[in-house]
Design a protein around this ligand. Structure first.
Ligand SMILES: *Cc1c(COP(=O)(O)O)cnc(C)c1O
Length: 525
C-alpha cells in the first residue's frame, strides 16, 4: 500500500469546533439519520463581510451577491439576508426562496437561462436581470409592455473578450453576448428606454485564471466607456463568481498526492484508485496523456483574497490596476461568489454501515485484492465531491467516545477486524448504499488514521457549496439527507441547532448567550 497519502481538509475555527464535537454529531446522526447535512449560518455572514472588506480596502463601492445555486439551505440564505449582501438567483424556485427569506427585489439579480414564469415574477417584483442576449432583452421588453411591469433594470452579460497582442486562449462560454455584438445590443437598449434601464455590464467566467479575468474586467470597463459615449449612464461592473476555495490544509499533501497519482497511472507504483482511474490522466504506452481533471484543492489565493488579487492586477492593455480604473469612474462593483461564500459553511455526515476486506480473490491476482471497503449510509449523489473534482479526506468521528468518555458498543453486524490493520493508518475505498456498481463515494483509496468500525461516522468537511444539494436525489426511494443549522453558542450537550427550514436569524437565538451573560453581570454588579 505504501506510505499513507493524506489530503487533510482545511478547517476554519467554527468547522473545527463542530467536527470535534463527537458526542453532539453522534446524537444528531442518531436522531435524524444519515446522510445528514449540518450548516453553519454564522460562517456565511463572516465570509460576506470579508468580501465587503476587500471592496472597502480598495475604496470601491461594492456589493457581494451570493450565487444561490451553490446551496439550497434556507438557514444560510436567511442569515445572509440579515447582512448587506445580495443574491443571484437562477430559477423561479430560487427567486421565491430569496423573496421568502427576506431579500427585497433591489437585492436580487436574476441570472442564467430563464423560463417565462421566472421572468414574469422577477419583472413583476422588480429584480435586476442579467441579460444574456439581444433575444432575451427583446423578450423582456415585450413582457414589460404587455404586462405593464415596471421598467426592468438590466446588466448585460458579456463574453468573448478580445485580447490585443499575444492571443490568449479565452474560454468559449455558452452564456453572454460576445463583445463583438455589443453595439447591436446597445442599439436595442436605446430603442426601448420606456421598458429597460441599463444598470451595467458584467461577465462570469468559470476559471481560476487571473489573467483571463483581468482581460474580461478590463473589457467591461471599455464597454462602459462605449455606453457613456452613447449617452447611456450605466454604473455597475459585475465580476461574476469563481473566486474559489482552498479545500486542503497543506499544499505539500496535494503535491505529494498528485505526484503519486501520476506515478500510479504510469504503473510506477501500486494503484491509488479504483481500477486505476486516472482523473483524466492516461497511460499511453508508458507516456502520460490527458490532463488532470481535478479542482486545485489547495490554493494559495482563493475567495476574498482572489478578488483582492484581481483588483490589484494591471489591466492588460490600459496598464493600470483594475481597482484604480473602477475607482476613477466611481463604478459600483459586484462580485457573485457561490463556492467561496459557502466556504466552511457546512459538513456532511455518513454512518459506516459495513467494513470488509475484498478477499474474493485470495491469490491476489486482481488489483484490489485485499483492499478494505467501507460502505456508508449515503450515496454518491449525497456528497458529490468527486463530481466536482474535489479530493479531500473525510474525518473519522468514532462512536467510541461518548459524553461519558467511555467506549460506546455498537450492536449487530460484523465490524472491522481490528487485528488486520485496525490500529494504524489504512487505505480504504468508500462505497455508497445503492445497489449499483458505480455507487462509489470516492474513486480513490482514501487513507484514514485507522480502520473505521461499523457505527462510526465519517464527516465530509466543507460540503455546503455545491455538494449538499446539487447531486442529491431520491434514488431507490431513499429519503434525501436532512439538513440542520447550528446556532452560535453551545450548551453542555453541544451546539444548539435548528432544522434548516425552521432556522431564522432571530436576535433571541443569536444573542441568548451574550444576553444571558450580561444579565448575569448586571445581577452580580
Ligand atoms: C454559478 C455562478 C456563479 C458562482 O460561481 P462560483 O464558482 O460558485 O463562485 C456566479 N455567477 C453566475 C452567473 C453563475 O452562474
Amino acid at each position: 500500500m505504501g506510505a499513507p497519502l493524506y489530503l487533510h481538509p482545511r478547517l476554519a475555527p467554527r468547522s473545527a469546533s463542530l467536527t470535534g464535537s463527537t458526542a453532539f454529531l453522534h446524537a444528531l446522526a442518531d436522531g435524524l439519520g444519515t446522510p445528514l447535512n449540518v450548516v453553519i449560518p454564522e460562517q456565511i455572514a463572516e465570509n460576506a463581510a470579508r468580501f465587503d472588506e476587500v471592496f472597502r480596502h480598495h475604496r470601491l463601492k461594492g456589493t457581494t451577491l451570493f450565487a444561490h445555486k451553490a446551496s439550497a439551505s434556507s438557514a444560510l440564505l436567511r442569515r445572509l439576508a440579515a447582512t448587506g449582501a445580495s443574491v443571484d438567483v437562477s430559477s423561479l424556485q430560487e427567486l421565491q426562496h430569496a423573496l421568502a427569506s427576506g431579500f427585497t427585489a433591489d437585492r436580487i439579480v436574476a441570472t442564467g437561462p430563464k423560463d417565462p414564469a421566472f421572468c414574469w415574477l422577477a419583472a413583476r417584483v422588480g429584480v435586476t436581470f442579467h441579460v444574456d442576449s439581444r433575444e432575451e432583452l427583446e423578450a423582456l421588453v415585450r413582457l414589460a409592455r404587455t404586462d405593464g411591469t415596471p421598467r426592468v433594470r438590466v446588466l448585460l452579460r458579456l463574453s468573448g473578450f478580445p485580447s490585443a497582442g499575444v492571443r490568449r486562449l479565452t474560454r468559449r462560454s455558452r452564456f453572454g453576448t460576445p463583445v463583438a455584438g455589443v453595439p447591436q445590443l446597445l442599439d436595442a437598449v436605446e430603442r426601448y428606454p420606456d421598458a429597460v434601464e441599463l444598470l451595467g455590464v458584467g461577465y462570469h467566467l468559470d476559471t481560476t485564471d487571473l489573467q483571463e479575468k483581468a482581460l474580461a474586467l478590463e473589457g467591461c470597463v471599455k464597454v462602459m466607456d462605449m455606453c457613456r459615449a452613447r449617452g447611456l449612464g450605466p454604473r455597475v461592473v459585475d465580476t461574476g463568481g469563481g473566486f474559489g476555495v482552498s479545500y486542503l490544509a497543506e499544499a505539500a499533501q496535494w503535491e505529494a498526492y498528485t505526484t503519486e497519482l501520476t506515478r500510479a497511472v504510469l504503473a510506477q507504483r501500486p494503484p491509488l484508485t479504483w481500477q486505476n482511474h486516472g482523473y483524466g490522466l492516461r497511460n499511453e504506452g508508458g507516456t502520460l496523456a490527458g490532463g488532470l481533471g481535478l479542482y486545485p484543492a489547495h490554493r494559495a489565493v482563493a475567495g476574498p483574497a482572489y478578488l483582492d488579487e484581481l483588483l490589484r492586477t494591471r489591466a492588460p492593455s490600459l496598464g493600470r490596476p483594475l481597482a484604480t480604473l473602477l475607482q476613477e469612474h466611481l463604478y459600483d462593483v459586484y462580485a457573485e461568489p457561490g463556492r467561496a461564500l459557502a466556504d466552511q459553511c457546512g459538513i456532511t455526515l455518513a454512518r459506516v454501515l459495513e467494513v470488509r476486506r475484498d478477499d474474493e480473490d485470495p491469490g491476489g491476482v486482481h488489483e484490489h485484492s485485499g483492499a478494505w471497503q467501507v460502505r456508508l449510509d449515503m450515496n454518491a449523489g449525497d456528497c458529490p465531491l468527486e463530481d466536482h473534482g474535489i479530493l479531500i479526506d473525510p474525518l473519522l468521528v468514532p462512536r467510541a467516545s461518548g459524553p461519558s468518555g467511555g467506549p460506546v458498543p455498537f450492536a449487530g453486524g460484523h465490524s472491522a477486524d481490528p487485528g488486520a490493520g485496525g490500529d494504524g493508518p489504512v487505505g480504504v475505498y468508500l462505497f455508497g448504499n445503492l445497489c449499483l456498481e458505480s455507487d462509489l463515494i470516492t474513486k480513490r483509496l482514501v487513507f484514514l488514521p485507522r480502520l473505521p468500525a461499523q457505527g462510526d461516522l465519517l464527516c465530509f468537511a466543507n460540503t455546503a457549496g455545491y455538494c449538499m444539494d446539487f447531486g442529491a436525489h431520491e434514488a431507490e426511494q431513499r429519503p434525501r439527507a436532512r439538513k440542520v443549522a447550528v446556532l452560535p453558542g453551545a450548551t453542555e450537550a453541544g451546539p444548539r441547532w435548528r432544522i434548516d427550514a425552521d432556522y431564522w436569524p432571530l436576535p433571541s437565538d443569536e444573542e441568548t448567550h451574550q444576553a444571558g451573560a450580561s444579565r448575569q453581570e448586571e445581577a452580580n454588579a
